[in-house]
Every structure is written in C-alpha cells, then in structure tokens.
Design a protein around this ligand. Structure first.
Ligand SMILES: O=C(O)CCC(=O)C(=O)O
Ligand SMILES: [Fe+2]
Length: 550
C-alpha cells in the first residue's frame, strides 16, 4: 500500500496536496516516539525532553480521539439481542460496552501500525523516559513532576521512589520544585481510568460482563474480591510470558551454526562466539593482503570522487561524517569508462566471492547462500564538526529487523531488509580515529564486544536479533570497509551483481579469475573454490523483489 502511494506520488501532474494520509495523522505519536529515542541515543537530552513531551501529549490526544469514536459508535443502537434481557440489564450492557471500548483505546494507541502486539505500559514507559531525559537535561522541576505522574500509575514502585528521593535531595532543587505535583492531564487520565475500571470489574463480577483489562498498572483493590484470584493468576501468567520473552530472545533461530571450518589459506579465527560474548559471531583475520587493501582503498578514493555517494545524502547516520558508497556494478561501469582499473573493479567482485566462501563455511546451514547486497563504504570525519560530538557513526541496529530497545523486541518487517541472513564487514584500513565496530545487547546500550578494524579483518554474524551492533564515531580520517549481506532466499539475490557478471562475460572474460598464483593473494583457494557464476547464468529470470541497498 505504502509503495503504491509512493508510485502515485511520482505520477506526472499529481500534487502533494492531492494526498491526505489519514493513517499518518494517527501515527504521529510514533514519529515523536522514534524521534525521542533517536535523540536519547545521541544523548541530546534537551531534544529528547521536547520529543517525549510531545509524544505524551499526542498519545493522550490520540486516546481522546479514539474514545470519541467509541461514543459515536455507541449511538447506533444495536438490534434486539436474542437473549431475553430486562431493560436495566440491557442498559447496563450498553454502557459497559461503551466503557470497555474506551478502555481498549489504550491498546489501539500503543500498537504500532501494521503490528499485532501493543507496547505494554505505553504511557508509564514514556514518563519513565521523560523524567530521565529531564534529569539529564538539568530540568529537575520537570523531572519531579514527571516522576510524581509516573508514581500515580505505580505508587509503590521502589525505583521510582528512590529516584524521587534523589531528585528532591539534589541541592539545586528549590522548594517550589520539591513541591511540584504530578501533571494534571495524567492525574485526570488515571482517575477517569480507575472509575471506569471499577464499573467494568463490577459488571464482570455481577452482570457476567466480559472485559479484558488493557493495563498492567491496575491496582488490585479495584478488582472485586470474587475475581481477585483469577485476576492475580492471569497477571502472573502475563508477567511469566513477558519474562519468557526476555529469556528466549537470545536464542538464534536463524538456522545457522557458528563453528564450521575456515577453508581459505592464511585466514585465521581471531574471535569466536565466546570471545565476542554472543551467538553466531566471528572475527577472521588475514582475509586480504596489505596490497589488496591498498588497491581497494584507491578504488574507493577515485570512485567516490566520481560522485557515487550515498544518493546525494551526506550520511544516512550522522551529520558529522561524510559517507561514500560504491557497488560492484558501479565499479565496473567506472572501469569501462576508463576511470578505474579493470583489475581493481574485478578485485572488488572477487573479494566478495572469498567472503561468501568463508561465511558459508563458518556459519553452517542446510540452505544455499546468495549475495543480497555488497557495497564498499567509506566514512570520513568532517573536520570542524567533531567537537563535543557524542553520537555514533552508525547507531545500534539489527540488519534484518527493526530494533526497539525499550521493549527489546525486533520487528522483522519493512523498511528493514528482512531477507538478509548473514552479515559480513571486511575492513580495509586503520589509519583513522574512532570507528570501532561493537556488538550490543538488545537494550542498544550495553556493549558486549568491541572489534577494531584493520586491513583484512572480517567480522561476520547472523543478521538477526541476537546481533545488534553499531559503529563508534569516526572523529578523524577516513574508514573504509566492504559490507556484504547474504540471503537464503533466491528471489532476493543481488541482481546488480549478476548484471556486472553478465557484462564481464560479454567481454569474453570469465567472471571468476582463473588462479594464476598471483603471489600476493590471500584469496587463492576461495576464489576458484565456490564460484556460482555458471549456475547463475542458468537462472537468469528477472526477479521482481525490492532492490536491496543500504
Ligand atoms: O562498518 C561497520 O563496521 C558496520 C556497518 C553496518 O553495521 C551496516 O552497514 O549495517
Ligand atoms: Fe549493520
């Protein structure tokens, strides 16, 4: 649907005003939510405060709009039910249904469009983030107000109580700040919710009304005695489920198993799962010789200056760095135009073949592996833009799903490249500052392992939720790496790579260079080992799948 909308937008004569995206209007709080998380990840606390406040207000607004819809719907009187009900029962049923509809708005508003599960405790979660951001931004009065609002949801929460003590004892807090009460809107929200819940639970206990409470914070004393035992048991079950979710998440169900052989002469395993504190991760050294690194670096320099930047954007991740990318096909086209050496363009292609052999062998699986996307990427620090910088060169992410650090969930859905199964990054140099690769926990904060790039070092891992990762800021110089992704889904194989191979084949040269004992190459055994060139030319059919890119 979204893709179609984009297509219509591009049709000649269609103006932006022709579109009114009603769905987007209902998604604004998610945009604010994402902006707030982003601001937090770069420690921009002032912005985070602003975005969290907007998010809380928008969430309350969306809730009101949803509740108004319930009122509209309730004005249509349903037909006479089959069951024989007295007038009072019927009236009670209708008004309880209205209340239940209003309560369900919590679930609707806290479910991202296109997803099935709601973010539990959505409003308390936002308040939790907000008070921390306020504290960090130095707005202690705001932090006290937000924390007191959060305590209305969970009055006995020990973490919140000790935070409150910390905030109110901080020297800079004046009496006015100390006496700040909770936000009025939140106080009203809670007291209205409690009134409604009381009636709904009464209906459950006495009128056989069915109601499923969308909140985790509902206090026990709201629930009538007769329902308490079942209520407690259900709550216990829910907590158990949430805990289970946390436990199983570290199991990699990708179907890949680290620990296979490394069948390339000169390549050694430097770090395995154990050294990298995780699952399905590896660091290999000796994949490229120094002169190979130099040749690819040279290619990057020439090609980048030819303007194959990152689709006109300076950097997709940070304004403090310049980001340049080059694909195999683009390298070949530049070679055909005589702008770079044919042999260097070909080297880029061949390195990919070696990496594929290594990844395929080390991460054992029953599936056939295809290239999904390959590009050479350089990140350069922009001089004069490094002072006081606290962001990352590449924020913590997972390659094939959208990581939501607050809930520790990872959503395997667009715009993530969901078909990516294995990721590999092959480094080319180390003459820059910063730019370390790191694995992180799903909270996107706890670093579990660091890898320092250097020529010929390859970091490989499964592309799913067990392997969140990022890159620290490049604060001086230029850091280049060849990033490769592999897929087990044939329809998502890299058609651009095949196009490049066709061009080479048309030139009367085989795609994979024959082994001639080039002397310098650490790539020897691999390149001849596993070429799928011939196989590819057989299945030439066009795929309609989305073109892969960064
Ligand atoms: O350059 C690196 O070290 C990692 C890059 C990365 O994670 C990515 O492009 O997805
Ligand atoms: Fe990545």
């Amino acid at each position: 649907m979204r893709n179609n909308l984009e297509k219509y937008r591009r049709i000649l004569g269609v103006k932006e005003e022709s579109f009114q995206d009603r769905e987007r209007e209902q998604e604004q709080h998610w945009e604010m939510y994402d902006a707030a998380i982003l601001a937090e990840s770069s420690s921009d606390w002032v912005k985070a405060v602003k975005k969290w406040k907007e998010c809380v207000n928008e969430t309350l607004k969306q809730t009101e709009e949803c509740r108004a819809q319930c009122v509209m719907m309730s004005q249509v009187i349903p037909e006479e039910p089959d069951t024989v009900q007295g007038l009072y029962e019927r009236a009670a049923d209708l008004s309880l249904s209205l209340l239940s509809c209003k309560q369900m708005c919590v679930t609707l508003v806290s479910t991202r469009p296109g997803r099935v599960s709601a973010v539990e405790d959505f409003l308390p979660l936002q308040l939790e983030h907000l008070h921390i951001a306020q504290f960090k931004a130095g707005d202690l009065k705001g932090a006290v107000e937000t924390l007191r609002s959060l305590l209305l949801f969970y009055p006995t929460d020990s973490d919140s109580l000790s935070n409150l003590e910390l905030y109110t004892q901080t020297v800079e807090v004046n009496t006015e700040a100390q006496e700040t009460g909770p936000m009025q809107e939140i106080a009203k929200y809670i007291s209205r919710a409690l009134q409604e819940k009381r009636l709904l639970y009464f209906g459950m206990a006495n009128l056989d009304f069915k109601f499923s409470d969308p909140d985790l914070w509902t206090p026990e004393d709201i629930v009538p005695e007769s329902l308490r035992e079942t209520w407690r048991a259900e709550k216990e079950k829910l907590h158990e489920k949430l805990k289970q979710g946390e436990k199983v998440e570290e199991v990699d169900d990708s179907g890949f198993y680290a620990g296979g052989p490394v069948p390339v002469v000169g390549v050694t395993i430097t770090m395995d799962d154990q050294r990298l504190n995780g699952t399905n991760r590896v660091v290999l050294d000796g994949v490229l010789s120094q002169s190979e690194c130099d040749r690819v670096m040279q290619l990057a320099t020439v090609a980048a200056s030819m303007g194959d930047g990152y689709r006109g954007r300076r950097s997709p991740h940070t304004p403090h760095e310049k980001f340049e990318g080059l694909t195999v096909l683009r390298a070949l086209q530049l070679a055909q135009d005589g702008l770079v050496n044919q042999s260097d363009a070909r080297l880029l292609h061949e390195i990919g073949e070696t990496v594929k052999v290594l990844m395929d062998s080390y991460f054992r699986s029953h599936s056939v592996l295809y290239f999904a996307y390959t590009h050479l990427v350089c990140r350069s620090a922009i001089p004069g833009h490094q002072e006081g910088r606290s962001d990352l060169s590449h924020p913590v992410h997972v390659d094939n799903c959208i990581l939501e650090p607050e809930t520790r969930q990872c959503w395997r859905e667009a715009p993530a490249f969901t078909h990516r199964d294995l990721s590999a990054v092959l480094y080319l140099n180390d003459d820059f500052e910063g730019g370390d690769f790191f694995f992180a926990d799903r909270d996107a904060k706890t670093v579990t392992a660091m890898v320092k790039p250097k020529c010929g070092r390859l970091v490989g891992f499964t592309s799913g939720p067990v392997n969140p990762h990022g890159v620290t800021a490049v604060t001086a110089g230029r850091r280049c790496a060849l990033a490769l992704w592999f897929t087990t889904e044939k329809q998502h194989r890299d058609m651009e790579r095949e196009e490049a191979e066709e061009l080479w084949a048309a030139d009367g040269k085989s795609v994979v260079k024959e082994e001639k004992g080039e002397g310098e190459s650490a790539l020897k055994s691999a390149r001849s080992g596993r070429s799928q060139g011939k196989e590819r030319s057989k299945d030439r059919e066009r795929v309609t799948g989305r073109r892969d890119e960064l």
